[in-house]
Write a protein that binds this ligand. Structure first.
Ligand code: SAH
Length: 345
């Protein structure tokens, strides 16, 4: 069953018309959805209207069933969907604002070698409302309203491959950046992809203004094939071509994610290869220490090799930083918490 959060403003106006209600009710219903209120908490709508709405739509798309607070201030949420599926998201406080990391699918079918989300394959795509609901719930639970937002930034970096759920993700981005709603600027939204090159080009053509993050993780096809099965379909040359196209169309610098795994992609040779690959491209590299996932067995590179890797990139004039990891003590890595929860229950 869809929720009110799946409907955009015009769709809510249509619905109110269909229900034979005066048009000002549309603003009230839209407001209730953006404040992430349940029907029982609404005081300004007639009972008959609530009954009509409730017959067709849930109020909230997701229900928060657990919160885990990290010592570093980040909070991990477990969200239950209407069909009992579970996804996870993280709220991360920063000096410049607060970021929410959301999931875009239940599970994932990309099957990357280090990632917990893909272990059981893909269960289903999330709807636009189920993505929006994760943001609105995190905003509400941290004291925000649509007018006085607590959440300022969004990253599509939780479970799932966002470009494998393209239409719903685009609808979500439009909804979350809509002026009458929570109005989060597209400039503050990052979409992370394994590198579905043709969809990256489509994203550039669709005229959104979001930050594109590409999970590169290796500098050559040989090394990348061993980590990311999807590389056989979209090899590095295609991904770099699409990245260049995205930059030309949008003027937005590309971010590359590079998770450092021991014995796979973290040696000095890889750092030199990566430097050659990215030379001349307007981009930034985010180095990430691998989060250990027991089913996968891959280990993070140690601190010395991480430091050396970073210094080689910098020596070669490639813009790069080491990403600060949050939520280490609360199974912050994508897909880990859901698996733990499913295993226990
Ligand atoms: N499917 C998308 C977005 C979700 S994964 C993508 O591939 O980008 C978000 C990021 O977390 C990706 O860069 C992914 O490679 C990385 N990641 C997954 N598991 C990880 C782990 N165990 N340790 C470190 N990073 C991980």
């Amino acid at each position: 069953m869809l929720s009110l959060q799946d409907l955009d403003y015009n769709e809510i106006k249509e619905l109110i018309k269909e229900l034979g209600q005066p048009s000002f009710r549309a603003d009230q219903v839209f407001d209730m959805a953006m404040k992430d209120k349940d029907y029982a908490e609404v005081t300004n709508l007639p009972k008959s209207l609530i009954a009509g709405l409730a017959e067709r739509y849930r109020a909230r798309a997701v229900e928060v069933i657990a919160e885990y607070r990290s010592r570093d201030g980040s909070v991990k949420y477990l969200y239950r969907l209407f069909d009992g599926n579970i996804v996870e998201g993280v709220f991360m406080p920063h000096d410049y604002g607060n970021t929410v990391c959301i999931s875009t699918q239940v599970g994932c079918r990309m099957g990357c070698a280090f990632c917990a989300s893909g272990i059981g394959g893909l269960a289903r795509n999330l709807t636009a409302g189920e993505m929006l609901g994760q943001v609105l719930a995190a905003n509400r639970l941290n004291g925000g309203t649509p007018k006085k937002r607590t959440v300022t930034n969004i990253v599509l970096m939780g479970s799932g491959e966002p470009l494998d759920n393209y239409e719903n993700v685009i609808k979500f981005i439009k909804a979350v950046s809509f002026g009458k709603g929570i109005n989060i600027s597209q400039r503050n939204i990052s979409l992370s992809t394994v590198g579905l090159a043709d969809r990256i080009r489509q994203l550039a053509d669709d005229g959104l203004n979001i930050i594109l993050t590409i999970s590169l993780h290796a500098p050559t096809d040989e090394k990348r094939n061993a980590l990311i099965p999807m590389n056989r379909k979209y090899p590095i040359k295609d991904i770099i071509g699409a990245a260049r196209y995205y930059f030309e169309k949008t003027g937005r610098r590309i971010i590359f994610e590079y998770t450092l795994a021991e014995g796979k992609n973290s040696d000095a040779e890889s750092a030199e290869e990566l430097s050659r690959l990215l030379k001349g491209l307007n981009c930034h590299v985010n180095l990430i220490k691998l989060n250990y996932v027991k089913e996968k067995g891959l280990k993070s590179a140690n601190d010395d090799s991480v430091k050396e890797f970073l210094s080689i990139l910098q020596k070669n004039k490639i813009s790069a930083t080491l990403r600060r990891s949050m939520g280490q003590d609360i199974e912050g890595a994508c897909g880990q918490l859901r698996r733990k929860y499913l295993g226990e229950s």
